[in-house]
Design a protein around this ligand. Structure first.
Ligand code: EPU
Length: 342
């Protein structure tokens, strides 16, 4: 088992933050992890499992062991006229899996085009966009429970998926390594047009069900995303920095009297979701720079690294945004991005 020392993480996080891990190990197959568990670097260090680094902020160096999955493989496990059951290694790039699925005519994840990161992080974060979440086609996953070393399979209910949430952020936080995920994709394509903006964009160019296909939707989602999200190879970022807050209808109604243009979406009889981007923009942050980082000028939910930002600078910017949104609207924004370090 090869363990690297003082590994630079700059290329392993989409924010492009320079930080170092005291130890770093790549896992190519589930058995590598069992070997790693025998080492002193594993036993004596705090640990973090890194996916594609697209939802992480390294706020300092990491004085411990970073474990990264490089487990590959996309395999068809079962198929009939309705469904295709596909097992994907946790180290596969999410978007490669989505593109391969569409090519093979296995449908469902077109709306999750171009989401950065690896497959292993998809259930942890329950990634979502354009009215689709990975849980919509999730079957089960396999991995290793770190505290006991046992191989453990978890089904849909056991994963406790919710909005950008799962058991891996709670009971199994830092205690589970995902080796593969199994998705149950559709063989018959039905477009998911529930997200208004995507529906409008598709129909702009005369979308119809006969001449267009899942690939057309995939390409449209890519185009929409590219207009809002900076390419992290050019400007470091981690997509949406905050979750969209869910507030009581009472608070939403009182805010609506002050801000009649407040966008809001029904969650249930008592609660509504408010776009964090709207709150941040209204609080005056959109396009603002803050030392080496700032708020993206085309989308207020995206914090960007202009080049040499330290993780701590972005953390401070996030804290200022939280305080200003709290004081103006009485809403506490919660980061979607996970902070690693001090
Ligand atoms: N808005 C503003 N200012 C802005 C941008 C947006 O006021 O600068 C308002 C507009 O009212 C807009 C609304 O916010 O209608 C929603 O914006 P958008 O459609 O861009 O979606 P979002 O709620 O900001 C969420 C996800 C994204 C996902 C998109 C599309 C979260 C935290 N983010 O963003 O996910 O791509 O919907 O489904 O739920 C990610 O998680 O990293 C991510 C990019």
């Amino acid at each position: 088992m090869f363990i690297e020392n003082n590994k630079s993480l700059k290329k392993l996080n989409t924010f492009g933050i320079e930080a170092k891990a005291r130890f770093f190990a790549n896992i190519n197959k589930a058995e590598d992890l069992l070997d790693l568990m025998q080492t002193s670097q594993y036993q004596d260090s705090k640990r973090f499992i890194l996916g594609g680094g697209s939802n992480i902020l390294f706020s300092s160096d990491f004085d411990g062991l970073i474990i990264s999955s490089n487990i590959k493989g996309i395999n068809l496990k079962a198929i009939d006229s309705e469904k295709a059951l596909v097992e994907v290694g946790s180290g596969e790039i999410w978007d490669d899996f989505v593109r391969l699925s569409i090519k093979n005519k296995y449908y469902g994840f077109e709306n999750l085009a171009l989401i950065p990161g690896k497959v292993g992080a998809a259930p942890v974060q329950n990634i979502g966009a354009y009215a689709c979440e990975q849980k919509d086609y999730f079957s089960h996953l396999s991995g290793i429970k770190l505290s006991t070393g046992e191989k453990l399979e978890l089904d849909f209910d056991e994963c406790q998926f919710a909005y950008r949430d799962s058991i891996f952020k709670h009971e199994l936080k830092d205690d589970y390594f995902v080796s593969s995920v199994v998705y149950n994709l559709d063989k018959k394509w039905t477009p998911n047009l529930k997200y208004k903006e995507l529906d409008i964009e598709l129909k702009k160019f005369g979308f119809d069900f006969i001449n267009q296909d899942a690939e057309y939707v995939y390409n449209t989602v890519c185009r929409v995303r590219k207009t809002k999200l900076p390419d992290y190879n050019e400007i470091g970022n981690a997509g949406s920095f905050f979750k969209n807050p869910i507030v009581s209808n009472q608070l939403k109604d009182s805010l609506l009297t002050l801000y009649p243009d407040l966008p809001n979406f029904r969650v249930d009889a008592e609660n509504s979701k408010i776009p964090a981007a709207w709150l941040i923009q209204k609080a005056g942050w959109k396009g603002k720079s803050y030392g080496n980082c700032g708020v993206f000028e085309k989308h207020a939910l995206i914090l960007v690294n202009y080049g040499n930002a330290k993780g701590s600078e972005i953390k401070n910017l996030a804290a200022e945004i939280i305080a200003s949104v709290e004081s103006q609207f009485g809403i506490n924004l919660e980061p979607e991005v996970i902070f690693i370090g001090e």
